[in-house]
Design a protein around this ligand. Sequence first.
Ligand code: ADQ
Length: 459
Amino acid sequence: MAGRLIVISNRIPLGGPPSGGLVVALHECLEQIGGVWIGAADETVETPAATFTEHKEASYQKLTFDLTKEDYRTYYLGYANAVLWPLCHRRGDLIDLQQDYRDGYYRVNERLAQMLADIVTPDDRIWVQDYHFFPLAHALRKLGVRAAIGFFLHIPFPTRTDLEALSDQREFLDWIAAFDLVGVQTKGDVASCLEVFRAMGDGELQLDGAMRHGARRFHVQSFPIGINPEGFAQSAGEEDGREILNLRPNEKLLIGIDRLDYSKGLPNRMRAVGQYLDMRQPEDPRATFLQIAPPTREGLAAYEDIRNELEQISGAENGKHSDLDWTPIRYIHQMVPRHRLAPILRAADVGLVTPMADGMNLVAKEFVAAQDGRDPGVLVLSRFAGAAEQLEGALIVNPFDIMEMADAIRTALVMSLEERSERHEQLARSVFTETIDHWTETYLNAFDRVIPISMPLSA
Ligand code: ADQ
């Protein structure tokens, strides 16, 4: 029997139809070709089981593994999100290296490797998602698993300098090299990965493009992730976003939608809106800025800090610029149902996507897909979002430069229909071609191509 596709991700959608581009794509892919999806259970337990729990709710197998409260604190909140996340998003100042975090991360990855080793056959293809599982392939190899193991990193690949913050950088290289195909979002990430191995490893790039590292050979390639643009465009037309938001007839709308994360550049974005309002001439449009930023990773100090900072900035800017009949910044600190996001994005004249660092950023693509092509809005996009490699039709900005962003807001608000349409055409071409289905397809094709030439494992 041909082997199965086994997908591993920290989060697995349970109980009801999945929503959101990535989970839907993985779900559909597994429905088509069959296989297994493995993720962490929703609730923590006292003592983790040594085997997976099966959830019979799909045509493929859904399995979960247990986490204890301590695992969640150390592996998930700690090492994954207070060490690796800031490290990969160039926020060395926020890295919180603690021994129990590291222990928890290793413990969970090793436990999962052991559970996987019990069910994997040599013909299976294992596809590991994201930074929660950097050591997983290495742990599996140590247990003698010879199946093909692929990886996709959704966040930026760390540079050589970033990695210096880790206690053991050589080990990170061994982790990466234990995969057969390392997928990253951008060409820039491929370059970072190769540079790390060139400078810190003992391997070399071979003629077929594989990187050798000790006795291992692996491939690294970019697969920019996308969305389901048709579905998003359709739901954008199902409701009137201006009505949902109760906007006045001539009121212009600037929009930002992000998890409340320090990587997303929200403070500088709000400052740039404030700067635009400061510089606004009487003939310049009055625009309301709506920022939707639901809480995430609560319990980590850095997230508490960013929340306080935003409350302070929005309060200060509103105090300065509000009028009797107008509040310029509307800041919503909660999730919005997905079916309402698309009409809201369509209603916006300008989409502000200004992260300080971001693997891809799907909101940029959702903004494009949601636009009405006859009267499209303008995307203002940080050059540090992975999406900037593809979305050349956006106004590309430096999120560290508040004045530049304020200028871009003004340019976007007064842009002619002709220029908006031209830019939108380029953006839509990319978003509607490099979709989420294209992403799964190209990754799995590349995976199949590299498997036969991967070097057999050394002991
Ligand atoms: P994220 O950091 O979560 O993902 P992003 O790519 O922007 O960032 O995806 C966020 C998703 O959540 C979008 O689909 C968005 O619509 C949704 N969302 C955001 N705010 C919401 C709200 N208030 N209500 C409802 N939905 C909301 C990580 C990486 C990214 C990479 C993705 C996928 O950090 O760089 O693009 O994975 O690979």
